[in-house]
Design a protein around this ligand. Structure first.
Ligand code: PHE
Length: 339
């Protein structure tokens, strides 16, 4: 029996060494140390031994079991270490590899042109201010010489919050706010969102953007207005650009005009962009009405001024040759990534 045990020890040792995975190792454990294993099978024969032999063989059997168990534990840690090593190898990160490029968005066409306009006016010494989109009727209409029953209100129907609070229909209320807050000489532009209850189509949206301009000082004349807007047109659309001032009417300017620029696409000959006119209208303007100066707390006897209102969407559409304004609001990346 001693020999049998010694045999088992040797075989087990060799078998454990030969294992290459924890599964194989477990199979070996069952084979040698398990309840139905080889060692147990030998121990079952112990009953046939003499009283003297029994403790001696028992001792040997225990030694063998302990020996195999130690070998087994050692092999377990070896295999686990090897497994860990292999895992680390497959999971190594090459920190010198270039990273995945992250996608950078584009500036929106409205922002591109707005930034240009801001820069042009900043170059002429204008400050950039802003006013509230939820506005009082007083600033949006009344103080701009548009009383409650004035027909000019019909063309600027908007969304009312109460009878006296509304979403502004134009950036012109910033004229009054600027005059209230500042003293002449005053040179400001005020870009922002405006609202009208218009149905959406290729050239209308209930939300769009305007850029208001206001200059007030002693001795400001219509030629200052023309020079400023002519400079804007040339900087925006190129030095060849011409401007045309057509008489118009706004309740808050007198005299008033609409300003066209020569079509930058055809140079004034007539094309699809200018609808054969050779000119495209970009803004409304005029000399600030004396009543409006007074409403802003400025003495019309001493000071005069000019104001203008640019439609940003129009500028953008002409600039990039867009024929449908809705593209500016739909957030279609295929459109936006072209800028
Ligand atoms: N607020 C006018 C509009 O929305 C434009 C304008 C601004 C006209 C300033 C004259 C002076 O049509």
């Amino acid at each position: 029996m001693r020999q049998q045990l010694e045999e088992i020890r040797k075989n087990a040792e060799a078998a454990l060494k030969a294992t290459n995975s924890l599964e194989e190792l477990d199979a070996a454990r069952v084979k040698y140390l398990g309840k139905k294993g080889e060692l147990t099978a030998v121990l079952k024969q112990m009953g046939g031994l003499s009283a003297e032999e029994r403790p001696i063989i028992g001792q040997v059997a225990n030694d063998v079991r302990e020996y195999i168990q130690n070998e087994l534990d050692e092999r377990i840690s070896e295999l686990k270490a090897a497994q860990q090593e292999a895992k680390l190898l497959t999971e190594t990160i090459d920190v010198t590899l270039p990273g995945e490029p992250c996608e950078v968005g584009n500036r929106h066409p409205l922002s591109i042109v707005l930034d240009e306009v801001k820069e042009i006016f900043q170059g002429m010494g204008f400050d950039i201010i802003s006013g509230p989109e939820v506005e009082l009727d007083y600033y949006n209409f009344e103080a701009l010489n548009i009383p409650k029953d004035h027909p000019a209100r019909d063309t600027q129907d908007t969304f009312y919050i109460t009878d006296n609070i509304l979403l502004r229909t134009q950036t012109s209320p910033c004229q009054i706010r600027a005059m209230e807050e500042r003293k002449p000489p005053l040179r400001v532009i005020s870009p922002g969102r405006v609202y009208r209850s218009d149905a959406v189509d290729a050239t209308h949206s209930p939300l769009f953007h305007q850029i208001e301009g206001l200059v007030v000082d002693e001795g400001i004349t219509m030629s200052d207005l023309k020079g400023t807007l002519d400079t804007l047109a040339k900087k925006l659309y190129g030095p060849e650009t011409k401007t045309r001032f057509r008489p118009h009417h706004f309740p808050f300017t007198e005299p008033s005009c609409e300003v066209d620029v020569s079509c930058f696409k055809c140079g004034g000959v007539g094309c699809s962009m200018c609808k054969g006119e050779g000119w495209v209208e970009i803004l409304g303007a005029g000399m600030v009405h004396p009543k409006v100066l007074k409403n802003g707390g400025i003495d019309p006897e001493k000071y005069s001024g000019f104001a203008f209102g640019l439609g940003l969407e129009r500028l953008v559409m002409f600039r990039f040759g867009l024929d449908d304004m809705r593209m500016l609001y739909e957030n279609d990346v295929r459109f936006l990534e072209q800028f």
